[in-house]
Design a protein around this ligand. Structure first.
Ligand SMILES: Cc1ncc(COP(=O)(O)O)c(C=O)c1O
Length: 793
């Protein structure tokens, strides 16, 4: 029994006869490659070149009619500059005819004009103008395709991106799970299957939910390097053929597919894709949702190619070419894996100007509006202020997609937009938000979690909305408990923006616009072992500064003002990232308690595990305060703050006057607070803060040994300061130098600010999502900048 071949069987002679009879064509035939069809080139006597295409025996007439319809429409369309093949009609007037092959099987035949030119795969197309022309051409094609409808366009194709995740899930097991080459594009050293799984995961998480929103139409669906003709000299696409993969699918897949091929064996994937998208968009405007899915879609197209070719290799292991041709795709996928997805999306939104439609204001408009309609007291960071539109982990992004490493935001403690925290907030926000006058589990859960991080003496919490409110409430508690008012505060300290907080903040009352200290306030020396009155990080210095607290208490007593409380940050933040010398708080607290006062630890900046060894910085001084105030990191950016105190002090506050706080302790805030504590615990972020903080300090100390402008490096965990001085003996603050460094770091993509009474301390307190790679980037950038003229003392 002879087997029936899917590919039509016809000798050159038989085919020439058919061509003569049906088309009146004579000439010479030569072979052309095809997977399962029969393709031949006919050169006619007058030198014309034609392609004779006889489809495999299973090919449906509908599909070919669809192709023919599109080919005819594209070749008639005057706006399309690209050559597309034109169909040659048979004598009958049909452009698709049925013939019999030598096994008497019916098959469908077409004759198409041969397009002359070099195929993309065989040309050097390294210039961006090539991908621009590719983007433009595909946009022209898609504009015409959008006007066509045909039932065959709604067929099932393996190469339709809409089925890509199913295809990859089915065939990825054929991929040999090797470690990727350690090439420039692949610095992660991951395995092939990891890369595929990541592509699959991001596609399913980010693209699948948007399927309904993505514009769909008929697309060419196969802009690969063997289907395009290129004018190498002009670096332009000049022709397109093989319409066999057309399908009604997502329009953006057109660009995703072309991008997957355009970036192969290139190292500037982002630039290439940007140029193509911009050019496409100018002709055929895209929608923001299409930009959003593009990166995961390109990765997925590569994953489909790799999965299917691995499957083919498993079926024909002798075909080494399949594996060789995979190499470019693996490199491309590795390169895409290194791209920051948020930055990529924002850059494309900027290039296509799609963001300006979404965002109402340009930076200067915002500045002008702020000046006129928001208080002029609002300050802005940097000479040229930044417009920040997105955040993730330790990074912030401006409206143009430029990524900045955020080394200053201790508020977004566990990382900008931490997924667990965001989800907890969203979940609770869509369920209920009320106040503490109803029973709710969240407030109890949150209190339990928070108290579990505290020494057992501190057993009562009250929830508020800001650090200022927490300190204001702490003052009320202290006053009720002691029936006194007088306070000792640390020089240069800041405790908040409410009236009562300004009264206890030398940074404010002694600063510009301040009214000086109220008469019930005495200041104690900032316990600074580097430039303070007593120097050296040792017990003796700690005791001396402790004694100064006693001195301030006595000064109050002399004015007949018995001490109510001593408020002190557990590390001085605004005061200049000052780490207390050992024994300082122990000594200070002893004097305060001897005088009948209470000790308030302001942990608003420094708390929540940032110091690495403990949840709270006061614990590094081996003391237990009477009242602790917590703010910034507690809600990871959500307005959430707390006061934690002893039972005795809390009881003294129960006077009959209700304490009601509209927002404090609401179910949403408490859900978020729980999620932040969980993120610290489950992410092992305290150990991370300790390890990486030490690494950063070590790196800074090495720079200190090279660059005299760094006078001091100090820190606990990820709360670090580097003090800049012009002279290590006089300690003259190197203000111009640090300002220069801050601006230069910004231009390198790193955000930092200064702190301290002389604004000469580099304040380092990044979100704990900060990585070792980030630390290395910062240290090497700083080293480079410190060699520059502007940083010299
Ligand atoms: C130590 C300290 N306490 C209190 C506050 C006030 O917190 P908030 O701005 O949340 O009111 C701040 C704010 O910077 C602070 O640094």
């Amino acid at each position: 029994m002879t087997s029936i071949s899917v590919t039509p069987q016809l000798s050159h002679g038989q085919l020439l006869n058919i061509l003569n009879e049906q088309y009146g064509l004579v000439g010479e035939l030569s072979d052309l490659p095809s997977y399962i069809d029969l393709n031949r080139k006919l050169t006619t006597a007058d030198g014309k070149q034609l392609v004779v295409k006889i489809a495999n025996i299973h090919q449906s007439a509908d599909d070919l009619a669809f192709e023919n319809l599109v080919i005819n429409r594209l070749s008639q369309e005057s706006s399309i500059e690209l050559q597309v093949p034109s169909l040659i009609s048979a004598k009958s007037g049909d452009d698709l005819i049925e013939i019999k092959d030598e096994q008497n099987q019916s098959c469908l035949m077409r004759v198409i004009a041969f397009l002359d030119g070099k195929i993309w795969a065989e040309t050097d197309t390294s210039q961006l103008s090539f991908v621009e022309s590719l983007g433009e051409s595909l946009a022209q094609i898609d504009k015409t395709l959008a006007t066509i409808e045909h039932p065959a366009a709604h067929r099932y194709l393996k190469w339709d991106i809409r089925h890509s995740n199913i295809i990859v899930r089915k065939y990825k097991s054929y991929i040999q799970n090797e470690v990727l080459d350690n090439t420039e594009e692949n610095q992660t050293g991951g395995t092939k299957i990891n890369l595929i799984n990541q592509a699959l995961q991001s596609y399913e998480a980010q693209v699948l939910p948007l399927y309904e929103e993505l514009p769909s139409q008929i697309i060419y669906n196969d802009a690969n390097d063997y289907n395009l003709l290129v004018n190498e000299e002009k670096q332009q696409v000049c022709g397109l053929f093989d319409f066999g993969d057309m399908v009604s699918s997502f329009r953006i897949a057109e660009i995703a597919i072309a991008s997957a091929y355009a970036i192969m064996n290139k190292t500037n994937a982002e630039e290439i894709i940007g140029a193509m998208v911009q050019a496409y968009h100018q002709v055929n405007p895209l929608k923001p949702v299409e930009i959003k899915v593009l990166l995961p879609m390109i990765k997925m197209r590569l994953a489909v190619s790799l999965s299917l070719s691995s499957y083919q290799y498993s079926q024909s292991p002798e075909n080494d070419y399949l594996l060789i041709s995979q190499q470019g795709a693996w490199k491309a996928l590795s390169q895409l894996d290194q791209i920051d997805a948020i930055s990529f999306e924002l850059k494309l939104m900027w290039l296509t100007e799609l963001n300006s439609k979404q965002e109402l204001e340009q930076p200067q408009d915002i500045i002008d509006y702020r000046k006129k309609h928001l208080s002029e007291n609002l300050s802005l960071a940097y000479d040229e202020p930044l417009k920040i539109v997105a955040g993730r982990g330790a990074y912030l992004y401006n409206e143009k997609g430029t990524r900045y490493l955020d080394m200053v935001n201790n508020v977004c403690h566990v990382g900008h937009c931490h997924p667990g925290v965001v989800a907890a907030g969203q979940r609770q926000m869509s369920t209920l938000n009320t106040n503490t006058r109803y029973l709710h589990d969240n407030i109890v859960r949150f209190a339990e979690k928070l108290l579990s991080t505290m020494p057992k003496e501190l057993s009562v919490c009250m929830f508020v909305n800001s650090g200022s409110e927490a300190n204001e409430l702490a003052l009320r508690l202290a006053r009720k408990y002691t029936n006194r008012k007088a306070m000792v505060v640390v020089e240069g300290a800041y405790h908040g923006n409410a009236n009562a907080c300004i009264d206890i903040s030398p940074y404010k009352f002694d600063g510009p616009g301040g009214d000086g200290a109220p008469d019930w306030i005495k200041q104690t020396l900032v316990p600074d072992p580097y430039r303070g009155k007593y120097r050296g990080r040792n017990e003796e210095t700690g005791l001396q500064y402790g004694k100064d607290v006693k001195r301030a208490i006595e000064a109050l007593a002399q004015e007949d003002q018995p001490l109510c409380a001593f408020i002190c940050e557990s590390i001085q933040g605004v005061g200049g990232q000052v780490i207390h010398p050992p024994g300082y708080l122990k000594s200070a607290y002893a004097h305060v308690r001897d005088a009948g006062g209470v000790c308030i630890a302001d942990e608003v900046q420094v708390g929540m595990g940032r110091v690495g060894t403990h949840w709270w910085a006061f614990q590094t001084q081996d003391v237990v305060p009477d009242i602790v105030t917590i703010g910034k990191p507690l809600g990871n950016g959500h307005p959430l703050a707390a006061v934690v105190t002893t039972q005795e002090i809390a009881d003294s506050f129960v006077t009959g006057m209700e304490y009601f706080n509209t927002f404090g302790g609401n179910p949403v805030s408490c859900a978020i607070g729980c999620a932040v504590i969980d993120a610290v615990e489950q992410g092992g972020l305290m150990a991370h803060a300790l390890q990486l903080g030490e690494y950063l300090q070590q790196g800074l100390r090495q720079l200190q040994s090279k660059f005299p402008v760094i006078g001091d490096v100090r820190g606990l965990g990820m709360f670090i300061g580097a003090e800049f001085v012009k002279d290590r003996d006089t300690l003259e603050p190197a203000v111009e130098q640090i300002d220069y460094v801050i601006e230069r770091l910004k231009s390198e993509g790193i955000l930092l600010t200064t702190e301290g009474p002389f604004h000469n301390v580099l304040k380092i307190k990044p979100p704990l999502a900060f990585s070792k790679q980030d630390a290395d980037f910062f240290l090497s950038s700083l080293e480079m900048i410190l060699t520059e003229q502007g940083a010299q003392p």
